[in-house]
Design a protein around this ligand. Structure first.
Ligand SMILES: [Zn+2]
Length: 385
């Protein structure tokens, strides 16, 4: 049975509109007060505007080790989405709870908070740390301050669970992502005199074709990890903008592309190739016509991939608790890669709700998933008693 509490907490959490570009402080203050009622002190780590904060709290003493339960508090926008009910009012229909963030991932946070009383009552032999971040949805931006804090405290957690919606399946890997904006500055002239100009669209097209060549090359030379549906790193261009009118040779074209890479692949080496090709275009072709022509790259976001061994203890422990033998690797990114890369904490992604419902209109979490998540945390607590 689901503790009524977790639904009530989820209702409260969904009620705070924490879309990534807004403040999450009301929600963070709610959690801080909630924990305070159990005499648990929270440490808030603010961003530079002081409009957003991460929250870190420890239950069960200050010994080293223990486990981190991690989640992000922000949600994706509802803009241009048609919802059947108010996205920020948790609404029950057919044993499902609808609301923005219900599955991604306020459901997990609600389940964790609903078990705080149990964590406090249980004589834990290892601490349980709660780590809630901001601005995950715009590229795992906020969690860095939280990771710095954990590092400074040198608590060396044994492992971390990022409760992204996996339908409570055990996820031990996801790809990393590096996204870039590219600006191609050409040189304008009358299109009837095209050879006198530097056509920014043409050079953007050359670069984009090269990026696609690298994408095809990756599918042939790897590295490969067959636990993924697409077992190699991929490159993809997703946005382009250039030119003003047909009879002007365009002097500007901008586009964005991304690399989704296996944790063991090296996105820097891929970028090196793209930079070298760009430099070649500039010096061998563009500068021959105009010395001002240029290609510049700006990083938009990056987060590392996650890949942990299925043979390590935390994976076995989580599988035992869930009574499953399988694990998987997923297409979506999480903060898990950063926990592993920056702090070397083995990190498993496992939480209630399905990624299939995330980011969509009428996002929901099945009540049955909240129950499963609750049972999981219950057993986790028992394993530390
Ligand atoms: Zn998420």
């Amino acid at each position: 049975m689901v503790e009524k509490n977790s639904i009530e907490i989820l209702r409260k959490l969904v009620g705070f509109d924490t879309t990534s570009f807004k403040s999450n402080l009301d929600l963070i203050k709610f959690i801080e007060n909630y924990l305070n009622d159990f005499n648990i002190k929270s440490k808030l780590v603010y961003d530079e505007t002081e409009n957003k904060a991460n929250l870190f709290a420890t239950i069960g003493g200050d010994s080293k080790g223990g486990i981190v339960l991690s989640g992000h508090t922000d949600v994706v926008p509802i803009k241009n989405q048609k919802w059947s009910s108010d996205p920020f009012t948790l609404t029950e229909r057919d044993n499902k709870l609808f609301g923005r963030g219900s599955s991604d991932m306020k459901g997990f946070i609600a389940v964790v908070l609903s078990r705080v009383s149990k964590m406090v009552e249980t004589k834990l032999n290892k601490p349980i740390h709660l780590a809630f971040s901001y601005d995950e949805e715009i590229g795992c931006v906020g969690v860095h301050g939280l990771l710095d804090l954990i590092e400074k405290k040198s608590i060396n957690p044994e492992f971390c669970i990022v409760g992204e919606p996996t339908s409570m399946e055990v996820v031990i890997g996801h790809k990393g992502k590096h996204a870039y904006g590219v600006k191609v500055d050409g040189f304008s002239c009358h299109s009837g005199q095209a050879p006198y100009g530097v056509n920014a669209i043409n050079y953007a097209a050359k670069l984009i074709s090269y990026i696609e060549e690298l994408n095809k090359e990756k599918s042939k030379i790897g590295p490969f990890d067959n636990e993924y549906e697409i077992p190699y790193s991929t490159l993809s261009t997703g946005l382009i903008n250039g030119g003003t009118i047909l009879n002007i040779v365009p002097n500007l074209c901008q586009f964005e592309f991304e690399i989704r890479h296996l944790a063991e692949d090296d996105p820097k080496a891929i970028m090196q190739k793209i930079h070298e090709y760009g430099d070649e275009l500039i010096t061998k072709e563009m500068h021959k016509i105009s010395p001002k022509a240029n290609i510049t790259f700006a990083e938009i976001i990056n987060y590392p991939g996650l890949n942990i061994s299925e043979t390590i203890n935390p994976v076995k422990q989580v599988k035992d608790i869930l009574n499953v033998s399988k694990h998987k690797k997923v297409i979506f990114g999480t903060e898990g890669g950063l926990f592993k890369k920056k702090l070397n904490i083995p990190t498993i992604v496992c939480g209630p709700g399905s990624i299939d419902q995330a980011h969509k209109p009428d996002e929901y979490i099945a009540i049955e998933q909240l129950e499963k998540g609750g049972k999981f945390i219950d057993k986790l607590i028992s394993s530390y008693s």
